[in-house]
Design a protein around this ligand. Structure first.
Ligand SMILES: NC(=O)c1ccc[n+]([C@@H]2O[C@H](COP(=O)([O-])OP(=O)(O)OC[C@H]3O[C@@H](n4cnc5c(N)ncnc54)[C@H](OP(=O)(O)O)[C@@H]3O)[C@@H](O)[C@H]2O)c1
Length: 306
């Protein structure tokens, strides 16, 4: 099946922009400059969440996007701390207000809630759509079986959002083949492995999320991951590119049409990621980059017979 190339009928750019830093590490000025840089580079999909910076991210994005709503698609996510119907209703209503839109182009469940019955969650989401408040639905941080179960219970799934980068390739096992099979769009978050793949932590003074936030340090706390970042830097100097540009281009140029969600604190920071929009990797270069970190295990055995 052909994968979706639009959200709410608005064509998708090869990269999406993530607003998780808006109103947090990025103040309003930095957020405005990043929004403009991403927009001028041709990005037409902006990703946010109810959770980000206590609503500041949605409020800032909502202001910036108003003149462009006819061709930019907006995504937000609800249900991070649980998907009880009343919580979903409250979060959704507040997110819609903050973003200043009647209809959210793409509404995600932020993660799988194993406690609240899926049917009850789906009823609420379908109620939003019936009222014209949501165009398309997405699921983030869901396993492939959870996506298929949700779809089989009646939610039309337009998009998924897994973590995906050169050093986090779990999605290749089940999620990306599922997207290709079911025509689901895939937005990959943390394409720079939260900054690691810029190469900055290969130097003694490198600082950022991995030094300031224990959760991120733990997420990438394996020697092979840090070695992969070093090897990426070596390849980048041979290819006369910045490591961050290659890392984002690798996600965008893979066989499964994943759209990397790029982001940062400042317009200067995001320039190398935006440069990936115009970088087409040859098959050989894609293969060399893939070689810096092993492909995840396949989902089934006896693949030698297939
Ligand atoms: N669905 C989910 O659960 C989920 C989770 C995470 C993110 N997301 C979405 O995905 C988007 C992107 O995620 P992400 O921020 O983790 O992406 P990422 O591209 O892996 O990391 C971006 C971070 O890397 C660092 N960085 C970027 N460019 C740099 C440069 N040139 N030099 C040095 N450092 C640089 C910055 O952090 P420091 O300056 O702090 O190092 C920046 O905030 C988010 O905005 C959000 O929309 C979704």
């Amino acid at each position: 099946m052909i994968q979706k190339t639009n959200i709410n009928g608005k064509p998708l750019s090869r990269l999406a922009f993530g607003c998780m830093q808006f109103g947090g590490e990025a103040n309003v000025n930095d957020a405005t400059e990043m929004f403009q840089a991403a927009y001028n580079a041709g990005i037409t999909h902006f990703d946010c969440a109810h959770l980000y910076n206590d609503g500041a991210a949605e409020r800032i994005l909502g202001t910036l996007v108003q003149p462009h709503l006819d061709h930019i698609s907006l995504a937000t996510k609800i249900g991070y701390h649980g998907a009880e119907p009343e919580r979903l209703r409250q979060e959704f209503e507040l997110s819609r207000k903050r973003l200043g839109v009647d209809c959210i182009d793409l509404l995600y469940l932020h993660k799988f809630d194993p406690v609240v019955p899926l049917a009850a969650q789906i009823d609420v989401l379908m109620e939003f759509q019936a009222k014209g408040w949501v165009a398309d639905f997405g699921l983030s941080n869901f396993a492939a079986w959870q996506v298929m179960k949700t779809q089989s219970l009646g939610l039309p799934v337009a998009a998924v959002q897994p973590m995906y980068s050169l050093v986090k390739r779990q999605a290749e096992v089940e999620i990306l083949p599922m997207c290709a099979s079911e025509g689901i769009a895939c937005f990959g978050y943390s394409p720079l492995a939260s900054g690691l793949l810029t190469g900055k932590y290969t130097t003694p003074n490198g600082s950022g999320r991995l030094t300031s936030d224990k959760r991120y340090a733990a997420r990438y706390n394996r020697s092979e991951i840090h070695e992969a970042a070093q090897n990426l830097c070596l390849l980048a100097s041979q290819m006369d590119q910045l490591p961050g540009t290659l890392a984002v281009a690798w996600v965008a140029c893979g066989p499964y049409s994943v759209r990397p969600i790029v982001s940062g604190r400042t317009a200067n920071q995001i320039a190398p990621s935006l440069a990936a929009l115009s970088l087409k990797l040859t098959d050989e270069d894609y293969g060399r980059l893939s070689g810096i970190f092993p492909f995840s295990e396949v989902a089934t055995d006896r693949i030698e017979e297939m």
